[in-house]
Design a protein around this ligand. Structure first.
Ligand SMILES: C[S@@+](CC[C@H](N)C(=O)[O-])C[C@H]1O[C@@H](n2cnc3c(N)ncnc32)[C@H](O)[C@@H]1O
Length: 264
């Protein structure tokens, strides 16, 4: 007779979309172990570095908010930028330290909506829809104000965000499966609340004999709303493209790369 261990299930209460409260480090701590498999540093990373370099060339100082495991920060540092990364997840920063073989990227634990690092930078980068991880409009405006505060007078902020219709247009929950390794995969389900402008993404991580659920709430902002939030924060948009190669925005664009500067 063989006995089988039942799969274990762990759910991390990362965010409560109804109340807007969340543990901002929970998502990162839950996914740090597999983040580099989920979002491998592909060819786009060099395009990001080229894009940033064209705005403010290395050795400019660069602050990456929500730096994660260093998918962008490490290649940017290799390119000569002086990079500091902030993340609310200590586990993500631990991975960043492992990936940063030369130990060039400095980092600190913090919530970029609630605090600043107390210095100003030539470039502030907020990539991969990370602004939308803040569950309320107020927190997103607070983050934009903090970005302004941390920009040098001649600095630029670069934000990457998806076009909200990618989710807002969903009539029913969507499911996507990602292969992670020969013995593990992730099933992502996305459920939208149009009235709250939120997409509840549940990452179900299936490993050998284990099942883990990591919920993530993405509170999306419309492009016009983003422009207004930026103005309220004392920033103005000076450029907007649909990718890192500066392809113009069209009706079909699925994301936006926005460049912002301090309002005079
Ligand atoms: C989607 S990942 C992006 C990581 C990295 N920037 C990249 O491009 O691969 C978002 C990261 O932001 C962090 N994060 C989310 N909310 C945050 C907050 N309020 N303050 C600081 N970090 C936050 C998460 O822990 C995670 O590491």
């Amino acid at each position: 007779m063989t006995t089988q261990t039942p799969p274990t299930t762990a759910e991390h209460p990362a965010q409560d979309p109804a109340s807007g409260t969340r543990d901002s480090g929970a998502y990162g701590d839950s996914l740090a172990g597999i983040y580099d498999l989920l979002y491998p540093a592909g060819p786009e990373v060099a395009l990001v570095a080229d894009f940033v370099h064209s705005l403010r060339p290395a050795p400019a100082t660069l602050l990456e908010l929500g730096v994660g495991t260093g998918r962008l920060a490490v290649p940017l540092a290799e390119r000569g930028f002086r990079v500091h990364g902030v993340d609310s997840s200590p586990q993500m920063l631990r991975r960043l330290a492992e990936n940063d073989h030369t130990g060039t990227v400095t980092s600190s634990v913090g919530d970029f909506a609630a605090s600043t690092v107390g210095r100003r930078f030539d470039v502030v980068l907020l990539a991969l829809n990370t602004l939308f991880m803040l569950p309320t409009q107020e927190q997103q405006i607070a983050a934009l104000r903090n970005i302004r505060e941390q920009l040098a007078d001649t600095g630029v902020a670069v934000l990457e965000m998806y076009e909200p219709m990618v989710f807002h247009g969903l009539d029913e929950p969507s499911v996507k499966v990602h292969h992670l390794a020969p013995d593990s995969l992730v099933v992502d389900t996305v459920q939208v609340s149009r009235s709250q402008q939120t997409a509840l993404v549940v990452h179900t991580v299936l490993g050998p004999g284990t099942v883990r659920k990591v919920p993530e709430v993405s509170r999306y902002a419309w492009p016009s709303e983003f422009a207004l939030m930026a103005r309220l924060a004392g920033l103005r948009i000076t450029g907007r493209w649909s990718d890192w190669q500066r392809t113009p925005v069209t009706e079909q664009s699925q994301r936006y790369i926005c460049v912002l500067e301090r309002e005079a």
